[in-house]
Design a protein around this ligand. Structure first.
Ligand SMILES: [Zn+2]
Length: 254
């Protein structure tokens, strides 16, 4: 059913959430747009204007690694201060009641953690852009550490002092393999929930788009909150095409 108005949408969501013991949210870029973080992949988004740096190019060339970090720090200046939005805060409220075991996200912005989820309960399909890892030994590096060396060297991407490997944001780049452990956890969560809540994702990017189907096959109900239509609207129990923040604001615990 497509909710005809916001009031019906909220009532429907409340009913579905009350009737469910285990709610698994799956979030995409749409939940973060009200926080000032643009949807890079949407029409008009950054990736339609500037070609993304593919993983193979990052590995192959110092110049590409330098450019990648230059872009990353330019982005930091624009969006680094982003705070969780109403959608994030509503999910964090439900998480605190124990209904949400973990959130699955396509976002790399760390805003679920910032809203109160412990890092272990955020299943990140595309990684996280707020810290970096050595691609060889896996050691974690903080942004401030990378930026200090990047600036001091006149814009050169630093390598790992321990093993000499390249250091990259902890994101999954185009051309890079999906993280297996996260994919497996997302699959398990989808199959074992009562309610799958797809929020702000067009649900077209496979394999991520398989999760709502896995949830339905596992007997869960499916609610979709997204500005635009998705190809799963027809099999969803509730579809909300209203603004995400407005639809979820009533679920923020006072
Ligand atoms: Zn290393």
């Amino acid at each position: 059913m497509i909710a005809p108005d916001l009031e019906t949408a909220i009532r429907g969501l409340r009913q579905l959430i009350e009737q469910s013991a285990v709610v698994v949210p799956f979030t995409g870029a749409g939940i973060s747009t009200e926080c000032g973080i643009p949807d890079f992949r949407s029409p008009g988004g950054i990736w339609t204007k500037m070609r993304p740096i593919e993983f193979g190019d990052f590995l192959a060339s110092q110049e590409m690694r330098d450019e990648s970090w230059r872009r990353r720090f330019a982005m930091e200046d624009q969006f680094g201060g982003a705070k969780p939005g109403r959608g994030h805060r509503a999910l964090a409220s439900l998480y605190r009641t124990g209904k949400i075991p973990a959130v699955i996200t396509q976002n790399i912005d760390n805003l679920h953690q910032a809203s109160g989820f412990t890092a272990d309960h955020v299943v990140e399909l595309h990684g996280n852009t707020t810290y970096a890892n050595c691609l060889d030994c896996g050691k974690r590096y903080e942004m401030s550490w990378v930026r200090e060396r990047f600036t001091a060297s006149g814009g050169r991407s630093p390598d790992c002092p321990h093993c000499g490997g390249h250091i990259k944001t902890a994101t999954v780049s185009f051309g890079q393999a999906m993280p297996e452990a996260a994919m497996r956890r997302a699959q398990d969560l989808s199959e074992s929930c009562d309610l799958f809540l797809a929020i702000g994702s067009s649900l077209v990017v496979w394999p991520a788009a398989g999760f709502p189907l896995a949830a339905k096959r596992g007997g869960a109900r499916l609610a979709i909150i997204n500005r635009d239509q998705t190809e799963f609207d027809e099999i969803a129990d509730l579809v909300v095409h209203d603004d995400i923040g407005s639809a979820l604001a009533p679920f923020i615990a006072q």
